[in-house]
Design a protein around this ligand. Structure first.
Ligand SMILES: [Zn+2]
Length: 431
């Protein structure tokens, strides 16, 4: 998976970039959380102790040389001992992310490990999850119990009454594991708030992994006229915006926009979503793909949606925290909450896992002007629309509705807008 450029970017810059993402995503407090990278000399670059995570600069990062010399203008993180212990236990690990993200802390304080079979990509990204018993923060013994879990081969560990720590082959890899595991935690918690979460079998996950697209043939020559380049820019911006708004995580999500006739542009597979650039986006023309690029694994579905729905000009498929509660619990999302939700969505049916695989007709038969979105069980939500910004807005409305319903679940039962009121909305806004 392509991620931040770990070959040419200095560890200091990688760390500041990722800690900033962790903080802005609400996955660490100002004081909690620390990140490190070990370089080819065996020097460990680590975030400083007690410095504001919201405004960390590259010059704040500390280097602990292999011989133990400390360079930098602050003290290294107080949790540095367990970072060091992990690198000693596992020479293949080159980056470590530790924090106290809310959902994983929920698991750690009830002493459970989240089951990553809740969504299809998480089992492979996170691997099996270890569990480290409670020890005093910053102590050598905490380092020992964590290192023992990593020695067993785990790359992600729940720390009892504390948080989580993950390792990776580089910092992008570690961040993605961290983000995906926290997302699993949130999905299970929100799913349990409105119903009871169901999990994928290992066979279903294997089937998902095999969906790496039956590759479309490559086109011989590719042209990038200015209207095509404008769409690349538009897709890149909406993907970044979705990541920033908590409507997409690095490891999952596809956006496409119709170009001419049934030709379209679509996001690639295996590129961290927050890092997608214009040149990563793939042109699909006359059923052929741009040479040398691998489009999203759901390309077939996007192609068929454009062929069969002339009113659809953009499609977003993604995992958002509250819509995923409906996806994993198979509860029906009732959009008759407020006028905005009904006007934007009308009906959001659930479809079984696998309905978006190549050759499956279920979603294609359901989508219409009155059914612009579907929830795919244990997978994602798919939203269609005309202009891309409008489709993104529709996704936001759906996620807000799911959030209100989830938050309201503890207050009482939904009293929906009644049929007469719905009819009134239809007359005023949809005809
Ligand atoms: Zn901690």
């Amino acid at each position: 998976m392509k991620k931040l450029d770990t070959r040419l970017m200095h560890p200091r810059d990688q760390i500041t970039m990722i800690i900033d993402k962790v903080y802005r995503s609400g996955l660490t407090t100002t004081s909690g959380g620390n990140i490190s990278v070990i370089d080819e000399n065996g020097d460990i670059w680590v975030t400083p102790s007690a410095i504001d995570k919201g405004s960390l600069r590259a010059s704040d990062i500390i280097c602990v040389r292999k011989d133990g010399t400390i360079e930098g203008r602050h003290k290294p993180s107080s949790e540095y001992p367990f970072h060091k212990a992990i690198y000693e236990a596992r020479p293949d690990i080159k980056a470590v992310v530790h924090a106290h993200p809310p959902a994983l802390v929920s698991f750690s304080i009830v002493r459970q490990i989240p089951d990553t079979n809740i969504i299809p990509q998480a089992k492979n990204i996170c691997g099996p999850i270890g569990y480290a018993t409670y020890e005093l923060p910053g102590s050598e013994i905490l380092g020992d119990v964590i290192a023992k879990e990593f020695e067993k081969g785990f790359n992600a560990v729940i720390m009892e009454n504390h948080g989580t720590v993950v390792g990776g082959s580089d910092l992008g890899d570690a961040f993605q594991r961290f983000e995906t595991l926290e997302f699993c935690g949130r999905t299970i918690i929100y799913g349990s708030t409105i119903g009871s979460p169901k999990y994928l079998s290992d066979d279903q996950i294997a089937e998902f992994e095999e969906q790496i697209p039956r590759l479309l043939p490559e086109m011989k020559e590719v042209e990038h006229p200015s209207d095509e380049r404008a769409i690349r820019e538009e897709i890149k911006k909406i993907v970044h915006r979705a990541c920033e708004q908590g409507l997409m995580i690095s490891s999952y999500g596809t956006v496409s926009v119709r170009w001419r006739d049934n030709d379209f542009l679509i996001t690639p597979t295996n590129v961290a979503r927050w890092d997608i650039q214009n040149e990563d986006i793939v042109q699909i023309k006359d059923g052929k793909r741009e040479p040398g690029k691998i489009p999203s694994r759901s390309t077939w579905l996007h192609q068929e949606i454009y062929k069969r729905n002339p009113h659809v000009n953009s499609v977003i498929l993604t995992q958002t925290p509250y819509l995923m509660a409906y996806s994993v619990s198979a509860e029906k999302l009732d959009v008759r909450t407020i006028p905005e939700s009904w006007i934007f969505l009308q009906d959001v049916p659930n479809v079984p896992f696998g309905s978006h695989f190549a050759g499956e007709e279920t979603i294609l038969n359901l989508l219409s002007e009155n059914t612009p979105a579907v929830i795919i069980e244990n997978d994602s939500v798919l939203v269609t629309g005309d202009k891309l910004l409008g489709t993104f807005d529709r996704l936001e409305v759906a996620e807000f509705s799911a959030k209100s319903l989830t938050m309201g679940a503890s207050l009482g039962k939904l009293v929906p807008i009644n049929p007469d009121q719905v009819e009134e909305l239809r007359k005023k806004f949809l005809s």
